[in-house]
Design a protein around this ligand. Structure first.
Ligand code: ADP
Ligand code: MG
Length: 522
């Protein structure tokens, strides 16, 4: 059993899940960082550990005692983001506030706390005369004076400028090495987590859950130049990708309203769906009296399962998946063609290769049974190879980039928005893209019985999509500004990704050509 043990902790506010099944252990004198994007529930989790909030379910124990038993005799010191110093008390008096029912502090102990953060010369100053960094050190001195083994930090350094923050991080590590305490450090800053922690608990959104727990291999004491170390940089890039993925996923699901009687449209995360997000943002559905709920998925297979279980009416899939679904469920009908990928999907490799033939024998990450596998299968066949010539590693779309950045695979099939980010962070090379093979397109499908009953609404949905595409063509900047926050991308980033696709113009000849190309592979 760990020193601090957190087991299946869940919590919701107003019926909204904020934490779900959080479990991890913390050893005595360990320094752990809890890292996650804003809104992932870090503060809520910390409040549960501090005893300021109670989990709805789950168990927290400290030193083999029940949480409340431990807290009745001891405290967890806490360093907040706002320094929370009292302006009308001197530095010394501010530290004296650390005393409480079970703890008295001598003036020497107070001075020692101030010494450990280098503030003893300012003992009789008032906080107002100190810089931000010094005020934060005062808050730290107060926490250290509490003589507890556990100190918790919640974004404690976020308000400081970069240089001061780095100095504080080194000070915190010095103190940790010297005093051997258990430090729990909550932050959204990847570099900070990497520099301080011996393990990082990465939180994901939708709802707050643990995405991964990473062991950080660097020895203590750690010096500032560690930040430029190659392995440090690689870990930073891997984490940047994870956090970014969580942000993209988190934003999209927030739009979920569960409106009764609405047309439920299941989408995947792909800039090709921007016209739907534009329509939602600008209220174009409402304008036509159309009740639509857009439900986004980062896991394509999960999305299809939802549709099979009739939790979704209309499904956005790639054409190859549509044809496969038609085989499995004859009721499946293609409602409309949406968008053609012209560079937004790619086979990328860690080392640059000269031809597709050289991919022979390589380990390739992709999402099996979906467009990624079809993409690879198609490209390999066009180059005289087959899926048997490579080693496939089945992963979810947002995990593929991490695998490539961490050198767990040689190559990967990726699509936007993961594609650009992975290339930026891993330096991977595009071997082939959907620009060279324009057969990758997105369609909407539904069941025949549903289409029959909802003809008018489906027609309106298509019209709204086209209307949005018109705005994209005539007022691109307005369109991009409206959509970017919904897909968790920067405006220029979204613009670049939109340039790799073509909204469909509706040529029957083109669709027939693509279907004939795809059919042998489904
Ligand atoms: P983080 O610290 O990772 O940014 P928080 O724990 O502050 O995340 O918040 C997680 C989610 O819980 C957010 O969506 C936030 O709005 C919600 N939340 C936090 N505290 C409360 C509260 N007291 N009442 C209602 N919702 C809350
Ligand atoms: Mg917070």
């Amino acid at each position: 059993m760990s020193y601090i043990n957190i087991e299946k902790v869940s919590k919701s506010y107003n019926k909204k899940d904020v934490l779900k099944d959080i479990s991890f252990g913390m050893e005595k004198n360990e320094i752990i960082a809890i890292l996650g994007p804003s809104g992932s529930g870090k503060t809520t989790l910390l409040k549960c550990i501090l005893g300021l909030e109670h989990p709805d379910r789950g168990l927290i124990t400290i030193d083999s005692k029940s949480h409340s038993d431990w807290l009745s005799k001891q405290r967890i010191a806490y360093v907040p983001q706002q320094y929370a110093n009292f302006e009308y008390l001197t530095v010394r008096q501010n530290v004296a506030l650390a005393a409480h029912d079970n703890l008295t502090l001598s003036s020497q102990e107070i001075l020692n706390s101030l010494k450990s953060v280098g503030l003893h010369k300012y003992a009789d100053h008032y906080p107002g005369s100190l810089s931000g960094g010094m005020q934060q050190r005062l808050a730290l001195a107060r926490a250290l004076a509490q003589k507890t083994n556990i100190v918790a930090f919640d974004e404690s350094l976020s308000a400081l400028d970069v240089e001061t923050r780095h100095q504080m991080q080194e000070l915190i590590l010095d103190i940790w090495v010297e005093k051997k305490k258990t430090f729990l450090f909550v932050t959204h800053d990847i570099e900070e987590a990497l520099f301080l922690a011996n393990r990082i608990v990465v939180m994901g959104t939708r709802p707050g859950s643990i995405q991964q727990i990473l062991n950080i291999p660097f020895e203590y004491p750690r010096a500032s130049n560690l930040r430029f170390d190659e392995q440090f940089q690689r870990l930073r890039k891997g984490l940047t990708f994870s956090i970014r993925s969580e942000m993209i996923k988190g934003r999209l699901v927030e739009g979920q309203t569960l409106k009764a009687g609405a047309l439920k449209v299941g989408l995947y995360i792909w800039p090709g769906n921007s016209p739907f997000f534009y329509a939602q943002d600008q209220g174009l559905f409402d304008k036509r009296g159309l009740s639509v709920e857009l439900i986004s998925f980062s896991d394509n297979r999960e999305k299809i399962e939802y549709w099979k279980r009739k939790q979704i009416d209309i499904l956005n899939v790639s054409m190859d998946t549509a044809l496969r679904l038609k085989k499995q469920i004859p009721e499946t009908e293609i409602i409309s063609e949406l968008v053609l990928s012209k560079g937004g999907d790619a086979l990328v490799t860690r080392e640059p290769l000269e031809s597709v033939k050289q991919i022979n024998g390589k380990k390739i990450a992709l999402e099996r049974g979906e467009i990624g596998e079809f993409f690879l299968n198609y490209v390999l066949h066009k180059n005289g190879l087959s899926l048997d010539d490579v080693i496939l590693r089945d992963m979810k779309s947002d995990e593929i980039g991490t695998a490539l950045i961490n050198h767990a695979v040689d190559a990967a099939v990726l699509w936007e928005p993961w594609l650009s980010k992975t290339i930026e962070l891993s330096g991977a090379h595009k071997l082939v893209t959907s620009k060279q093979y324009p057969v990758f397109m997105d369609v909407l499908v539904a069941r025949k019985s549903f289409i029959k009953k909802n003809k008018k609404h489906i027609e309106q949905l298509k019209q709204v999509f086209e209307e949005s595409v018109e705005v994209f063509k005539s007022d691109k900047n307005h369109f991009i500004r409206s959509v970017a926050p919904h897909v968790g991308l920067g405006t220029r980033e979204l613009e670049a990704q939109l340039a790799t696709l073509e909204f469909f113009k509706g040529s029957v000849v083109e669709v027939t050509r693509i279907m004939n190309e795809i059919r042998p592979f489904v």
